[in-house]
Design a protein around this ligand. Structure first.
Ligand SMILES: Cc1cc2nc3c(=O)[nH]c(=O)nc-3n(C[C@H](O)[C@H](O)[C@H](O)COP(=O)(O)OP(=O)(O)OC[C@H]3O[C@@H](n4cnc5c(N)ncnc54)[C@H](O)[C@@H]3O)c2cc1C
Ligand SMILES: NC(=O)c1ccc[n+]([C@@H]2O[C@H](COP(=O)([O-])OP(=O)(O)OC[C@H]3O[C@@H](n4cnc5c(N)ncnc54)[C@H](OP(=O)(O)O)[C@@H]3O)[C@@H](O)[C@H]2O)c1
Length: 456
């Protein structure tokens, strides 16, 4: 009988991805009666996934969840192996030789597409890349955003779209004491954007943004929100949705939007237009974005299941900048089953592949369920996957070479400088020190070279 899961032979789990779902999964595994040792990989030298590189710089309190993750990282059977790209630096097959189980928490790093003509014209960007750029993601350091236009259009009304529009709408004074990357602050200081349009394909009752985010738009220093009263006229099904006592989300949003519609617009520098019932059908321009064609929608379907349908009525809106914010999407890793349609690792209760097609492989977080939910949503999700994994321990095939040192040697032989958690803490301290002089919580390093130089 295998002694897998004992003190003498802990179950060796490689967690791929150090975002919230990775840390919550590690916590659940390390707390179990079954003895588990966790090695957590990340392709970046820095941990915490979207908490570092997604959460908006002007929402610092949310980032304090990293203190919880630091406690998990301090566990004696936890190791961080940063700067190791699984699927590139080390293959999944190689990883399986050294771990009894692989748990993928690699998030959703790319974007969904609109599938309309002109989507890729210069000046049409994804929220994914803009967010990563202003947050100092090393892959996006050299991305350029042409902010020399007065009209910016953002497609989608989720909280990511709220982040993008708010960053465009804020003044430099409102941003300068956040941990926004310096290159982004410099570019935003030169921004000519004056009119920001937040475009939703459905109505105010269906909007995905949440109350604190829409409320904030009414509190900006030099930007006024505008809502057309006509957009607040509801069809019968939307009225039923709004009046449902359980639908506090829409009720709170609607009250704020109504307040915006009734406000007197002041002569501010910027204006923020919240628009409903419109879908982009084409982005036009000679070599770069010059306009977007929007089709007017109407809703149909049962309450809470309404979808948008084009009416054939179209308008062309002149604009120089477009951000598509219609959801993130997972990226395949060679050796792991991938659902191309949904952009996730197909799984049942976290167990990847149908009928044992990928034994010993698990998923949690955005790569498991798709790109939805806040940081806390990942905790029960990761716990559920950890339970599935632990229940499978008696059936796991012990790996060939149960050694982290062997993995470190393999990485070294390929010229990969593995970043430990202690290394990360040095990078962290250096960033905080750099921030002090500017009154920022930190000044992030925005290239891997800069980060690794701190360690040399
Ligand atoms: C722009 C934005 C802002 C958000 N703001 C908030 C907010 O304010 N509050 C809130 O509660 N929630 C917020 N969320 C949601 C929250 O960030 C997610 O719920 C959460 O981060 C998902 O966790 P995850 O671990 O599944 O993925 P991620 O956080 O994306 O972590 C995935 C990790 O995997 C690593 N990785 C990927 N591929 C590989 C590979 N092949 N090898 C090794 N490592 C790999 C990545 O580098 C990354 O570190 C926001 C989301 C976005 C997109
Ligand atoms: N502050 C925070 O707490 C915070 C900040 C950022 C992100 N997050 C969380 O992170 C998750 C991801 O956020 P997200 O904004 O990327 O996704 P999201 O909440 O799913 O919103 C996606 C938006 O895109 C729209 N959309 C999708 N396909 C479209 C199309 N083809 N044409 C036009 N519009 C389209 C959706 O409209 P429909 O509703 O009609 O589908 C919706 O408005 C969410 O759970 C979010 O709450 C939280």
């Amino acid at each position: 009988m295998s002694d897998l899961g004992s003190v003498s032979r802990p179950v060796r789990v490689a967690i791929v991805g150090s975002g919230p779902s990775g840390f919550y999964a590690a916590e659940a595994l390390l707390k179990s009666q079954t003895v588990v040792a966790v090695d957590m990989f990340d392709r970046l030298p820095t941990p915490f996934g979207l908490v570092r590189l997604g959460v908006a710089p002007d929402h610092p309190k949310i980032k304090s969840v990293t203190r919880v993750f630091e406690k998990i990282a301090a566990h004696e059977r936890f190791a961080f192996l940063g700067n190791v790209h699984i699927g590139k630096d080390i293959t999944v097959e190689e990883l399986r030789r050294h771990y009894d189980s692989l748990l993928f928490t690699c998030g959703a790093e790319t974007d969904r597409r609109l599938g309309i003509p002109g989507e890729d014209l210069p000046g049409s960007y994804t929220a994914t890349e803009f967010v990563a750029w202003y947050n100092g993601h090393p892959d996006y350091r050299n991305r350029k955003f042409d902010l020399s236009h007065e009209v910016a259009v953002v497609i989608g009304q989720g909280n990511v779209a709220m982040d993008v529009t708010r960053i465009l709408a804020k003044t430099v004074d409102e941003l300068k004491s956040t941990d926004i990357a310096q290159h982004a602050l410099d570019a935003l200081a030169e921004s000519k954007v004056k009119e920001i349009y937040l475009i939703g394909r459905r109505g105010p009752v269906q909007a995905a943004f949440t109350q604190p985010e829409i409320k904030e738009i009414g509190e900006l220093a030099d930007c006024d929100p505008l809502v057309s009263p006509a957009d607040l006229v509801l069809n019968a099904a939307s009225q039923i949705e709004l009046e449902n006592p359980d639908n506090q989300h829409s009720q709170k949003n609607f009250a704020i939007l109504k307040d915006f519609a009734e406000r007197t617009v002041r002569p501010r520098h910027r204006r923020y237009h919240v628009c409903f019932y419109k879908s982009p059908v084409e982005i036009r321009g000679a070599g770069k974005v010059e306009s977007v064609v929007l089709e007017k929608n109407e809703l149909s379907g049962e309450p809470f299941k309404q979808s948008a349908h084009g009416t054939g009525v179209k308008e062309e809106m002149a604009c120089g900048l477009i951000f598509r914010s219609v959801g993130y999407r997972g990226i395949a890793i060679p050796g792991v089953p991938f659902d191309e349609k949904r952009g996730v690792f197909p799984n049942t209760n976290g167990r990847i592949g149908a009928d044992g097609a990928a034994p010993g492989m698990y998923a949690a977080g955005w790569i498991k369920r798709g790109p939805s939910g806040v940081i806390g949503t990942n905790k029960p999700d990761s716990q559920a996957t950890a339970e599935t994994l632990l229940s499978d321990v008696p059936r796991l095939t012990p790996c060939e070479i149960p050694s982290t040192q062997a993995v470190l040697d393999l990485a070294k032989s390929r010229g990969v400088r593995v970043v430990s958690f202690v290394d990360w803490q040095k990078i962290d301290a250096a960033e905080i020190e750099r921030g002090k002089a500017k009154g920022k919580p930190r000044e992030k390093f925005v290239t891997k070279e800069e980060m690794l130089a701190v360690l040399d």
